[in-house]
Structures are given as C-alpha cells and as structure tokens.
Design a protein. Structure first.
Length: 242
C-alpha cells in the first residue's frame, strides 16, 4: 500500500485509480489510506454539485472543467450514480462521462455507486476526494446522484455547494425551503433557454431572503450549460465563494 501511495504522490494516475478502488471496495483498508494521505491533503477546492435528476449537473461540470483546464488547473470529478440492483455497482457507471475530457491527462473522472450511502452521496466519495487531493488536483467536483428536497448529505464533505435547479419549478421551490435550500452556497437555474428561467431565478431569490439573518445570502445564477452560457460567471462565483 505504501508503494501505491508513493506512486500517487509522484503523480501516477494509475495509482490514483487503484487507491480509489481500494477505498471503495475494501473497508478494512480505507481508514489507513485516508490517515496516510492526510498530511498531503487540504489544498484542493472540493465543490459539491447537487440537484434533481436531469437538471444538467454533468453538463455544468463539463463546462467548468473546460474553463479550469484553460487555466492549467488539474481537475477531479467524482460522479455518484444510483446503485445497480444486479451488480451493486454504479448503475450508469459504464457510460463515458464528459467525453470532451476523457483523454485529458489533467482530468480524473471516476463514477461510483451510492451503495449504502445517503442523500445522493456515496460514503466513499470523501476518501476518494482525499486520494485526488493528494494526487495534486486543484479542484474536485463531487456530483451527487439525483436528489430531492431533503437530501443534504453533500454539505458535510465539501467546501462549496452548488445546487442545480431548472425553470418552471412552481410550488417545488416552496417545498424545498426546509431542506436543500438551506445548504447551497450557489444556486444555478440551468436550462436557461427554457421559458420562465428568469422568473424562477427571481422567485428563488425571494425565497432565499427567508434564510436566517446570520447566513450569507447565496448567489443565484441562470445558465444554459448545453450552450455554454453562464459557465464562466458560475466559475467566477465558485472561486469567489471559496
């Protein structure tokens, strides 16, 4: 194990992949790996991207990754998927995520199943992030599986939480005020090319006024990730919020 860790610290992508597999699948070794890596972590900015299924989280991450790579930043993506009832692995883990970045040596993408995790988050996501942090990654995105209003587990292990919503939510915004609305540092109304995106953003901003007075008011932004619109502004806000 120590040899793998030494290879990781020297920049071996293969060692990173093997160590993540170990923390995912070998419970008895997970704590030891995290402890050994601790002196080499704490530099990466860990960003949680959460929201309902189909809100465009992966497309947003792909756009943000492209901008970060243009700045010569090293990027890690931990994408949490639903668990297959047959194999116990990631239900969508065999798909190629973020095709544009798949062959980029400066991007590390890993899909993992929720398994016994909660709130759209695998319990091994944070140990995996520790591996990528020690690997020298500048920014790590943890994308949750699709979540509902009360699934807020991502708040714990990340520095910045981005909540992704879509237009025309109607009463859904009202329902969310006691759950996911309380954890976001940045709220993104994605698919901004759809009707009433601006109206949803205004409604959301009004709702956020009801948050406790001591809490910093989150930013609200409209994007159209599939068209690349608003991604640069989102990255600027994420970097500022950190």
């Amino acid at each position: 194990m120590q040899k793998l860790i030494q290879e990781l610290l020297k920049g071996s992508k293969n060692a990173a992949a093997r160590l993540i597999s170990i923390v995912e699948n070998e419970n008895d070794k997970r704590a030891g790996i995290v402890k050994a890596l601790k002196p080499h972590t704490g530099r990466a900015h860990i960003v949680g991207i959460t929201g309902a299924p189909g809100s465009g989280k992966s497309t947003l991450i792909s756009g943000l990754t492209g901008l970060l790579r243009a700045k010569k930043k090293k990027v890690g993506v931990i994408a949490v998927d639903p668990t297959s009832p047959v194999t116990g692995g990631a239900l969508l883990g065999d798909r190629i995520r973020m095709l544009d970045h798949f062959l980029d040596t400066g991007v590390f993408i890993r899909s993992m199943a929720v398994r016994e995790g909660a709130g759209g988050l695998s319990k091994t996501a944070l140990p995996a992030a520790a591996v990528l942090d020690a690997f020298g990654t500048d920014v790590i995105f943890i994308e949750t599986a699709g979540v509902g209003q009360s699934e807020t587990a991502v708040k714990g292990p990340v520095h910045t939480v981005v909540v992704v919503l879509t237009p025309n939510l109607g009463d859904d915004v009202q329902m969310m005020k006691a759950g996911i609305m309380e954890i976001g540092d940045v709220f993104v109304i994605n698919k901004g090319d759809l009707k009433n995106a601006a109206g949803t953003a205004r409604e959301l901003e009004q709702m956020l006024l009801l948050l406790p007075s001591g809490r910093k008011k989150p930013s609200v932004l409209v994007t159209a990730a599939s068209e690349g619109k608003g991604i640069d502004s989102l990255l600027a806000i994420i970097e500022k919020v950190r």
